[in-house]
Ligand binder design. Structure first.
Ligand code: NAD
Length: 452
């Protein structure tokens, strides 16, 4: 990775100099490795609520050391702060003010997870005090993400109406947010809207027995995604343009997967993916729409070729392929429980100069994801989007140095993410443990201040 500042900061001299000047001091993040415990050290669970009781039970069962009260001076690996049941803003203080001093006891790459009920839930639509309290946790969590130090993250787990933390999808979300899999996710919210999902039999291989298709798998983030899904037990199919055939073969051969040379904008792309899965694997359980392109220009200078190609590859192809996968005649390959994840971008959320076409395409991915969610829910499946921020890839290595340094440092973790970080979020969202999350967009951006 071409990050001279990051290497300098990790040296003894670099630490002294940057510390004295008050410059960013990014640290190496705790990332998931197979066989690693969920979280190493003590987790403080705050609250006297059903979610707090559930968190204590779940974490204890997972072998985590759990405490309900803070002991002065004791090191903590994480805090789960439960705000379920709050009916008025004044009720936030009890847990918030217990959480405060605990922050000073956190080790590096620590995790804070707030658990609360959905502020948008219809049951509080006409209850301004309850809605204010729930929405308050959103603000608290986002600010906390910005106050975390030494690679620590703070995220929220939002429980839908009637969904207890013991529901498989909620328990899966809690595991993801506490684990090294969420290293570059901070200041974000995972909504668990239904009690669907199941806990994978083997948490180290949650995708065992599934067949997963990844587009744009020949390099970059796609290559990391396909390797991660294979690591988690899936049989994998890599798709990329014919010109990337050699690179694609190199990636999938190492994983024991199969390759399909295909331009995803071809009208029969969905049908060809289905046919490949039908003949080579007999089924298709997971699709990751990762292939994407940029053709940056200020809108004043934009031409039709740039605009149209970006929308075609990044958005329209996903729409057309999803329609093919959900069609009646695909039922012999696509069973119940299809899982889809589309790659969006923080550009689609914040906008970015020179990227009107790209931002339109990626905001479009988020739109199509939420609109397709009910169709997947009908068949026990889910569709979600992942919006990466600044990720260290060939694409971002080409950005001029000053702009690159800004993109890389202007987030709460003060560093760029790795393709692996995006891949871990996707691997989580396509697993059975994420069955309660549908139609959502999860940002993997280290809580970026600007769009990528
Ligand atoms: P990349 O350019 O390194 O890789 C993209 C892959 O998609 C390539 O292998 C390419 O051949 C393939 N592809 C492009 N058009 C295709 C088509 N028509 N048919 C089949 N395959 C096609 O990009 P990356 O940086 O790895 O990004 C992967 C995804 O993540 C993209 O959707 C991108 O928009 C998104 N993203 C990346 C970043 C980042 O920082 N790198 C940030 C936000 C979002």
């Amino acid at each position: 990775m071409n990050d001279p500042y990051g290497s300098f900061v990790s040296s003894a001299l670099g630490k002294r100099v940057t510390g004295a000047l008050g410059l960013p001091q990014p640290v190496e993040l705790r990332r998931y490795e197979p066989g690693q415990p969920l979280i190493t050290g003590t987790v403080l669970v705050l609250g006297a609520t059903p979610a707090a009781d559930a968190a204590r039970g779940l974490l204890t069962a997972a072998g985590v050391q759990v405490v309900s009260e803070r002991a002065e001076g004791a090191r903590l690996a994480g805090v789960v702060a439960c705000f379920d049941g709050v009916r008025a803003p004044s009720e936030l203080s009890a847990v918030a003010l217990e959480l405060g001093p605990a922050l000073r006891q956190l080790g590096s790459s620590a995790r804070v997870v707030t658990v609360f009920e959905d502020p948008e839930d219809p049951s509080v639509a006409a209850d301004p005090a309850a809605r204010a309290a729930r929405q308050g946790v959103v603000g608290l969590t986002r600010s906390l993400g910005k106050e975390m130090r030494r690679g620590g993250t703070a995220n929220g787990l939002i429980l839908g109406s009637g969904v207890p933390l013991t529901a498989p999808g909620a328990a899966g979300a809690l595991r993801f947010l506490l684990s090294g899999r969420s290293a570059f996710v901070s200041g974000q919210f995972l909504p668990v809207t239904t009690a669907d999902g199941s806990t994978p039999a083997d948490l180290a291989r949650p995708l065992e027995g599934k067949v997963a298709v990844v587009t744009g798998a020949a390099r970059g983030i796609g290559a990391a995604i396909i390797a991660t899904l294979a690591r988690d037990g899936a049989r994998v199919v890599g798709v990329d343009v014919p010109a990337a055939g050699d690179a694609l073969a190199g990636v999938v051969n190492k994983l024991g997967g199969t390759a399909l040379a295909l331009d995803i904008t071809a009208p029969d792309a969905g049908a060809r993916i289905l046919e490949h899965c039908r003949t080579r694997h007999g089924r298709m359980d997971i699709v990751v729409h990762n292939a994407g392109i940029t053709r940056d220009k200020l809108l004043a200078n934009m031409d039709a070729a740039r605009w149209d190609s970006v929308l075609a590859v990044n958005t329209s192809s996903q729409l057309a392929m999803n329609a093919a996968f959900l069609a009646e005649d695909a039922r012999d390959v696509v069973g119940e429980g299809l899982r889809i994840v589309g790659l969006a971008s923080t550009s689609g959320i914040a906008g970015n100069r020179g990227q009107t076409n790209y931002a339109a395409s990626k905001a479009g991915v988020m739109g199509l994801t939420s609109a397709t969610a009910p169709m997947l829910a009908e068949r026990g499946g889910t569709i979600n989007a992942v919006a990466p921020g600044f990720i260290e890839t060939e694409m971002t290595a080409k950005i001029p140095l000053a702009t690159r340094e800004l993109g890389r440092r202007l987030n709460s973790l003060q560093q760029g993410g790795r393709p692996q970080d995006v891949a871990e979020a996707i691997a989580y969202l396509v697993s059975d443990g994420a069955g309660g999350t549908n139609g959502a967009t999860l940002r993997v951006c280290g809580q970026a201040i600007m769009g990528a």
